[in-house]
Structures are given as structure tokens and as C-alpha cells.
Design a protein. Structure first.
Length: 385
């Protein structure tokens, strides 16, 4: 990786990086609410983004949504597409339900700008788009082609975009993910793998007062399963298992015939993934007359820091120092679309805005992070070879 332009030439386009101008663009995206489960709303924003590429040197591919999810948009620079280049990954869906903007309207207080999805991750998606516009405004062409993919289903595990992400990721030389920065603006060079499982338990109903001996409680068996799952946690190895949803029974005077649970698994390595996925799927009933069925899999492989990923980080760290800030990397337990590319392509995550409160009622970005983070993406476009 080499820098082909000096910092003086870069500074000539500094008017592109006015924080208020960038924030105005982010606001437009934030005020179009885009819950994953509302594909028509996601598609409205996809159309806005596509329109904002209208005068830029790109070709656009809009992939129709399936399975109740919205469309995906792929913007490819008109140059450099005949060899491995830069893939930028952003998602436009949010976890916030429709109408949440009434509870969390866009507003600016001091250095914080608030709004649903502003931190995770419309702010990051927008600054990557804006940095590409800055590149094109000077008439420059980056050494590598740039492909920016906007997806609609990351918040539910990317079920309809994963194949597209993996396909584009294998063709790329570098992958830049615009998920939000971690505390203090840290960039992400590793993430845990994520597994999701469903537990279905079938017992035998009975009148709990007059015929308790005839029943076989599905809820009691679910308690056994929960204890077994919780007992697998191994914090020293970075393995966490969480039973996050439970349901069961019909009435307090009926031995529960059915019970259900949803389980989350996080692991640091593929070896751990194989071990613990196997353990979870192998759980069986401890009670005669009760059946336990568990389905699920690892839906995001671990994102481990490779040599290529480490070199990409060091390059970004040098660029950040030239811009005027320190870039520190970290590992996080949350998954992202970077998990799908890191095993085979140099991947750098957490390139979005700094802030706090993802998925909360106080979600916010720090306005002071907009200029330096946009400049960093611009410099990465300019210098990666």
C-alpha cells in the first residue's frame, strides 16, 4: 500500500469536509426511518441514495429485495472494475421501529447529533459516500476501483445480502466497513463469530391441580436446557452464550405442553465455533416423555485479524496521523458484515462516525468526528493500491 498524492494536494479539497455540510446530508438519511422489517421504507432511502449518485461516475445495480427485506444498492466506479479493488460495506436498515423518530428526533446539542440510526450506521454510510464525491469532484481517479454496497438487512444477520457480500468481497483487494467507531474512535480489526439457535420443547399437558402426575412439563425441561447452555459460558476463551427469549405454557393450571427459546452464541475462533455449535445442537431431553429439538448455526464467522488486515490497519493509522488524530484498533464482540469478508480479504471495520448509544433512545454521533473520519476514508480511497 502506497500513498500516491501528497497531503497538500489533499488539503486543496478541504471545503468538501465542512462538518455542517456533512451533517446536513446525514440528517436527510436519518429522517427517512428504515426499520429492517419495513422494506418499503428502506427502499425509499435506497432511491434517495441512488439519486445522489446521479451525477457521479458510477454504474448502479439495484438488487430486488426478497424474504420481506428491502433492496440492496451497489454503486461501482466507472474505473478500475477489471481488477481487485476497494469494497465499501454499509447497511441502511436500523433496529428502531417506525415512529421512533418522534421519541428521538434529529437534533444537535453541543457536539452530539441525535437520531435513530445516526450512529449505527447512517452516519458512517453517508461519510463514505461523501468522501467518494470529494474524490470525484477533483477529477481524480483512485488507483483502485471503488464499489460501495448499501444493504437492507444487516440488523437481522444479513440473510438476503450475505451471498452478495461474500461474492463482492472475494473479488476485492480491500474491504472497508462503515460500522460506527468504538469508544474513543477506535477502529475494529476483529469481531466474534455469531451463532443463533432456536429451542423447541414438547411435553405432555395435564390438569396441574387434579392430575399433575399425568403431565410432563416443557417449561421445566426448558429450565434444564437453559442451565446447560449457561454452563457452557467460558469468558476466558471469549465464549458467551445467552438465552435471550423464552416462551412456554398456556395457563397457570395447565402443565405446559410446549416451550421455546432463542439463543445467541459468540466465539473468537472457528475452532471454538465448531466445538460450541456442536455442543448446543447435541443437547437432549433429561425427562422421559419430553422432546427437545434445537436448530440453528453460526451465521457470522469470526473476524480474526489477519496479516493483510493488520497491514491495512497500519496504513490507515499512518493516514490518520497525517490528518491529525490517533487511530487505535480494538476487538469487539458484536458482529458485522465484515465477518463475511475478513477470512479471505483484508478488512478494516469501524470506519464510521464516533458516538455512542447504538440501538438506544439516546443514539448519537459526535459532530467533531465527521471531518476527520470522512477525510480518512477519502485518503484510503486515494492511496490504497
Amino acid at each position: 500500500m502506497m500513498r500516491f498524492k501528497g497531503i497538500d494536494a489533499f488539503m486543496a479539497s478541504s471545503n468538501w469536509f465542512d462538518s455542517q455540510t456533512i451533517l446536513d446530508g446525514i440528517r436527510r438519511w436519518v429522517e427517512i426511518e428504515t426499520p429492517t422489517e419495513a422494506p418499503e421504507r428502506v427502499n425509499k432511502l435506497i432511491s434517495v441514495v441512488a439519486e445522489q449518485y446521479r451525477d457521479l461516475p458510477v454504474t448502479l445495480e439495484r438488487v430486488a429485495g426478497v424474504g420481506g427485506c428491502g433492496d440492496h444498492l451497489v454503486a461501482r466506479s466507472t474505473w478500475g472494475q477489471d481488477e481487485p479493488g476497494i469494497l465499501v460495506l454499509s447497511h441502511l436498515d436500523t433496529v428502531h421501529p417506525m415512529g421512533f423518530i418522534e421519541r428521538l428526533p434529529f437534533k444537535v446539542e453541543g457536539d452530539s447529533a441525535f437520531g435513530p440510526g445516526i450512529y449505527d450506521m447512517k452516519g458512517g454510510a453517508y461519510i463514505a459516500h461523501h468522501a467518494f464525491g470529494a474524490l470525484c469532484a477533483t477529477g481524480d481517479r483512485s488507483p483502485l476501483g471503488i464499489t460501495h454496497m448499501f444493504t437492507s438487512d444487516e440488523e437481522i444477520g444479513s440473510p438476503t445480502s450475505r451471498a452478495l457480500i461474500e461474492q463482492e468481497g472475494r473479488k476485492a483487494k480491500y474491504v472497508l466497513v462503515t460500522e460506527p467507531a468504538r469508544d474513543g474512535g477506535r477502529i475494529v480489526t476483529g469481531r466474534k463469530g455469531v451463532g443463533r439457535f432456536q429451542v423447541f420443547i414438547k411435553g405432555v399437558p395435564a390438569h396441574a391441580g387434579t392430575r399433575p402426575g399425568d403431565g410432563r412439563s416443557a417449561v421445566r425441561e426448558l429450565a434444564n436446557v437453559i442451565l446447560a447452555l449457561e454452563g457452557m459460558n467460558d469468558l476466558k476463551r471469549g465464549v458467551t452464550i445467552n438465552v435471550g427469549v423464552v416462551r412456554g405454557g398456556t395457563r397457570p393450571n395447565v402443565t405446559p405442553e410446549e416451550a421455546y427459546a432463542e439463543v445467541d452464541l459468540r466465539v473468537l475462533s472457528l475452532n471454538d465455533a465448531d466445538e460450541f455449535v456442536g455442543k448446543i445442537l447435541a443437547l437432549t431431553s433429561k425427562t422421559d416423555g419430553v422432546t427437545v429439538e434445537i436448530t440453528g448455526e453460526l451465521n457470522r464467522p469470526p473476524y480474526e485479524k489477519s496479516n493483510a488486515g493488520a497491514a491495512l490497519y497500519e496504513h490507515a493509522k499512518t493516514l490518520a496521523a497525517e490528518i491529525g488524530f490517533e487511530l487505535i484498533d480494538t476487538h469487539t464482540g458484536g458482529g458485522s458484515d465484515g465477518n463475511f469478508t475478513a477470512a479471505h480479504t483484508a478488512t478494516l471495520d469501524g470506519l464510521g462516525v464516533d458516538g455512542r448509544g447504538a440501538h438506544t433512545h439516546y443514539e448519537q454521533l459526535y459532530v467533531s468526528s465527521l471531518e476527520p473520519r470522512a477525510r480518512l476514508l477519502h485518503r484510503l480511497y486515494q492511496t490504497l493500491r
